[in-house]
Design a protein around this ligand. Structure first.
Ligand code: XIL
Length: 336
């Protein structure tokens, strides 16, 4: 059963960000954390500590960021990230073990037979998860393995090992850290029943083989008017009904396309964005408690958003503006 609630249409008055966001919800509120910004920018550091109780490494634990030569690892940044987070009392969400992007430069040139490739896949998962065993609440074991039409995305692992690579990855992850929750993370499922169906069918196959998977991460890089809220809400409930935890794992709400089309000033669009954030969060809040793993924002301030590009210099999908003033979206969430 899905009920759309919380679509308040009033404007959100400016508010202060002295109240911590993490205390406004019954589930963890996470943020994508980038140590380089924290080093050079004290506002970034203060906000990510004060408002968020769970951190996902935005980049520093991707395979390409920790391995520059075959089967060797450079741990300095990843270790520093983990120890900063744990000292600050943060929960840790691992991102990501297997992804077709941000892979090591050497990977396409690796020479091995199928057995050797399987060993490489297993050894990567064992090495990274094993180093931090017991420290992470969960891992995105595989990221973005499915295409929009529900087929598997071509990637080096599909090429070398076939669809079996997905089973191998989760089997190895479950063996390596039995305490950590195992997620499959992807985009676009919130508005694509074919893709969602394919992923849930594959979850059934994993389970039929006795391999553990605990949850689905919907990235939720969404826009003001796309996808449709009711369709997103239905997807949330479909995932929960499948006995899976749901993580809104990379939430941001882009306004750049509307701005470019002249559909409102930035301040008008930020009010709409606040409503949209509130809708998403209230739909998530209406899920059964046991399905709510948490919501993670993909950044702190608009100034560092991954969506801010030369083409979209005013893109501003997050809760704090370039000067670290809380936006209407922050005020909407704190008063949820
Ligand atoms: C992005 C980071 O935010 C950027 O800094 C980086 O340049 C590219 O990757 N889906 C994911 C994330 O799973 O890892 C991506 O993060 C955004 C899309």
């Amino acid at each position: 059963m899905f009920v759309l609630i919380g679509c308040r249409k009033a404007d959100f008055a400016p508010c202060s960000d002295h109240t911590s966001l993490q205390h406004a919800f019954d589930f963890p509120i996470g943020v994508a954390y980038e140590p380089a910004y924290a080093l050079s920018d004290s506002s970034y550091r203060v906000i990510s500590h004060y408002h968020f109780d769970q951190w996902t490494p935005e980049n520093v634990m991707k395979w390409g960021a920790i391995s520059f030569q075959p089967e060797t690892y450079q741990w300095t940044e990843a270790d520093a990230f983990v120890s900063t987070a744990l000292q600050a009392g943060k929960k840790l969400h691992g991102h990501t073990l297997i992804w077709y992007r941000q892979e090591p430069d050497w990977l396409p040139f690796y020479q091995a037979d199928a057995r050797g490739w399987e060993q490489l896949l297993r050894s990567h998962i064992r090495t990274v998860m094993g180093r931090y065993r017991g420290m992470f609440r969960a891992w995105d074991v595989v990221n973005e393995a499915f295409l929009a039409d529900g087929r598997l995305r071509p990637c080096i692992w599909l090429d070398k090992l076939g669809p079996e690579y997905l089973f191998i990855a989760y089997e190895e992850a479950a063996k390596t850290d039995p305490q950590a929750l195992l997620f499959y993370n992807d985009f676009g499922m919130e508005d694509n029943p074919a893709k969602l169906r394919a992923v849930l069918r594959w979850v059934d196959q994993l389970r039929a083989r006795g391999i553990r998977i605990d949850g689905i991460g919907l990235q939720m890089h969404i826009q003001l008017y796309y996808p449709d809220a009711a369709r997103m809400g239905k997807t949330f409930f479909d995932i929960a009904d499948h006995q899976l935890l749901l993580h809104l794992s990379e939430l941001d709400i882009a306004v750049g396309d509307q701005l470019a089309k002249g559909n409102g000033s930035l301040s008008e669009l930020w009010q709409k964005q606040a409503n949209r954030y509130q809708t998403v969060v209230s739909m998530y809040s209406s899920l059964p408690r046991k399905s709510q793993y948490g919501i993670t924002l993909w950044g702190v301030s608009d100034r560092y958003s991954w969506l801010r590009t030369a083409d979209q210099p005013q893109e501003s999908p997050l809760l704090w503006d370039d000067e670290y003033q809380p936006k209407p979206a922050f005020c909407a969430l704190i008063s949820n």
